[in-house]
Design a protein around this ligand. Structure first.
Ligand code: 5CA
Ligand code: ZN
Length: 409
């Protein structure tokens, strides 16, 4: 499917820096050394409700990854999916008595608008689960033929025991995995499974639910994890640089995806770094579509909030931190945006080369956006207090925050 329009990324003077980033699988910082074309897969939305600040924060993190790479003159090959058929989507459509396709299309369209307004760089390939089905079916058949999948009342499950590296992405103990499996779309209590954690690869058609021709699998629809594996392997191949998502995707989603890919290709890991963003909360609880404690990007936009201020509010938190959305967070961002806009509209200022370097260093070190914002704050404060004589500096600052932080002043 089509994605959304790209905003311009200005080229900056000087030299971009490489990226060190936290990898959940190894539990520490890794130095990524992509070739001339960096490859990144970011898990997309399940489009049954509007984009909330948690989604926006997660996509902001992976937008920064790309901006750091673009600054090193690399190309970025970015792939994102849309889980446009899955249980929560079908349940919401039924609850609201609307067609599930119409619901998915409406919310995906709104997501595109939100991403455009927030200046998030679009993926090169934006792929829906439904359109990926012809590529998913042969993968499930291969897993089954390799003895890594089995049938249970017509449904096909992946056997986690077929993967010697199972567990190496999330590094959790069995009890934690079981708990999270039940919370996040798994069915550990279903009788007849070989291992309670085994995830579904292909769900046989249910009455009243959409289904597709699955060849030798019979009619049905794809499981969640194989969806992302099929799309990632098709468009990026094995061993790409980053798989990204919120921390709630480490297990089971990214763990199971790595497992499927391991059995399919004999290789581990599917991604060189598994990068996870922290969870944004509202009123003390993780913002989630299922709980309904949400602040929507589109609602803020309708209320007249400048999307650039929303972006600054996201950037004020380190991507790996769990944090709480409050009115104060937004007010602080609006005030910072005013200060920055005033600063870059003055005719001159202190030289900006050191600031550009500081932003690069901050982002290169595990995407430390708060440190980057603090550096811009200091430049603006110095300009206000002591002025400056460099007439090129405000323009350089403006281009740097645009290119590296996606902030248009
Ligand atoms: N379609 C799947 C991924 S293949 C999915 O998880 N969709 S989602 O709509 O539920 O979430 C989209 C992205 O937003 C995921 O990366 C998820 O981890 C992230 N996310 C969801 N809630 C929050 C939150 N409260 N804070 C931060 N990120 C969140
Ligand atoms: Zn995914």
């Amino acid at each position: 499917m089509y994605a959304w329009p790209a905003s311009e990324v200005p080229a900056l003077p000087g030299q971009g820096r490489g990226l060190r980033i936290h990898d959940t699988a190894t539990g520490g910082l890794v130095t990524l050394d992509p070739g001339p074309v960096a490859r990144i897969y970011v898990c997309g939305i399940t489009p049954y409700d509007a984009t909330h600040m948690g989604h926006a924060a997660t996509y902001n993190a992976f937008d920064l990854v790309q901006r750091v790479w673009l600054d090193t003159k690399r190309q970025v090959h970015y792939v994102q999916n849309v889980t446009d058929v899955d249980d929560p989507l079908l349940e919401r459509a039924q609850r609201d008595d609307i067609d599930w396709v119409a619901l998915a299309e409406k919310e995906t369209a709104l997501f595109r608008e939100d991403m455009t307004a927030l200046r998030m760089l679009p993926p090169k390939h934006y792929i829906g689960a439904v359109e990926a089905i012809p590529g998913i079916v042969p993968l499930v058949e291969r897993l089954r033929d390799a003895g890594a999948a089995y049938e249970l009342d017509g449904d096909i499950y992946f056997s986690v025991e077929s993967d010697p590296n199972f567990g190496k992405v999330s590094n959790l103990d069995a009890a934690a995995m079981r708990l999270l499996s039940a919370e996040r779309g798994g069915d550990p209590d279903r009788p007849g499974k070989k291992n309670p954690l085994d995830p579904m690869l292909w769900m046989a058609a249910r009455p009243g639910e959409p289904s597709w021709d699955g060849g030798s699998l019979g009619r049905g629809r794809p499981g969640w994890h194989i969806e992302c594996v099929a799309i990632a392997l098709d468009h990026l191949g094995m061993g790409f640089d980053v798989q990204g998502g919120g921390s709630d995707l480490a297990f089971p989603h990214h763990e199971m995806g790595a497992s499927h890919a391991q059995v399919l290709t004999g290789e581990f890991p599917m991604a060189k770094a598994y990068v996870h963003a922290g969870m944004v909360a509202l009123h003390g609880e993780k913002m989630s579509k299922s709980k309904g404690n949400l602040v929507f990007v589109s609602q803020l936009r309708r209320d007249g909030v400048d999307p650039v201020a929303i972006r600054l509010a996201l950037l004020a938190h380190h991507y790996r931190a769990d944090w709480e959305w409050t009115d104060q967070v937004l007010q602080d961002a609006v005030a910072r945006l005013d200060r920055w806009r005033a600063a870059v509209s003055r005719p001159d200022g202190p030289p900006a080369e050191a600031l550009v370097e500081e932003i690069r260093v901050a982002l290169g070190h595990d995407l430390d956006a708060p440190a980057a914002l603090a550096a811009v704050d200091r430049w603006a404060a110095e300009q206000e207090e002591r002025g400056g004589t460099d007439s090129g500096a405000p323009g350089v600052v403006s281009r740097a925050v645009d290119a590296l932080l996606g902030v248009a002043l």
